[in-house]
Design a protein around this ligand. Sequence first.
Ligand SMILES: C[S@@+](CC[C@H](N)C(=O)[O-])C[C@H]1O[C@@H](n2cnc3c(N)ncnc32)[C@H](O)[C@@H]1O
Length: 219
Amino acid sequence: MTNPLQRDVFLSGEGDAWFQRNRRNQPLADTAEDPLLPLLLELPLEAGSGTSVVEVGCGQGLRLQSLANQRDWAISGVDPSAQAVAAAEQLGVDARVGTADSLPYSDRSVDLLVFGFCLYLCDRDHLFQIAAEAHRVLKPESWLAILDFWSPYQRSNPYHHKIGILSFKSNLPAMFLWHPEYVITDHKLRHHTPPYCHTDSADDWVAATVIRRSAISPL
Ligand SMILES: C[S@@+](CC[C@H](N)C(=O)[O-])C[C@H]1O[C@@H](n2cnc3c(N)ncnc32)[C@H](O)[C@@H]1O
């Protein structure tokens, strides 16, 4: 018997279970907690609701809430957990039930797409589809950000909370960097747990990576 897709396990209850285990009352505001937020806030994106920002794997929407408190962009999130999506909506964040391999946004509509620590849970067979979805929804001149485990080679651990699920560590930005329109502009690596400084323990690295998608210019 083949294992069910991890995507379907998260859609059918593990997303809600993750939310129930990790729900919190405070917005993510602290750089030590969130290495990605300061990088997103320094991006040269135009002010106003014409700038569209999406977080995939947004959970209860705390990163999006912090962004919305500081920028007047049009902000939206996607997560397989219906309960997390309901909690995000209570914070005033537009959120939708969905997964990274099928994004509920139209072609060329997003200025900044964030993978918010969700790709480590995604089925490896879906990574090409996930990259294609990101490419489909991003505007030709736009930004992509990935917060996740980072390892130069692929590793997997059993996911602690459910038998049969794996947690992956790999070089996720490489999903995009082979493509001539994508170039890395920032890559911050640190240890996963407090005090969050760098260690040489590659099995515990987390990276916040920012990637620019640029239109192809004539020679
Ligand atoms: C570690 S949490 C991150 C939550 C939040 N973005 C943050 O950084 O605090 C992982 C999230 O990924 C979601 N997730 C799991 N599988 C997913 C998939 N295939 N596509 C999108 N999100 C997924 C989970 O439901 C969970 O909310």
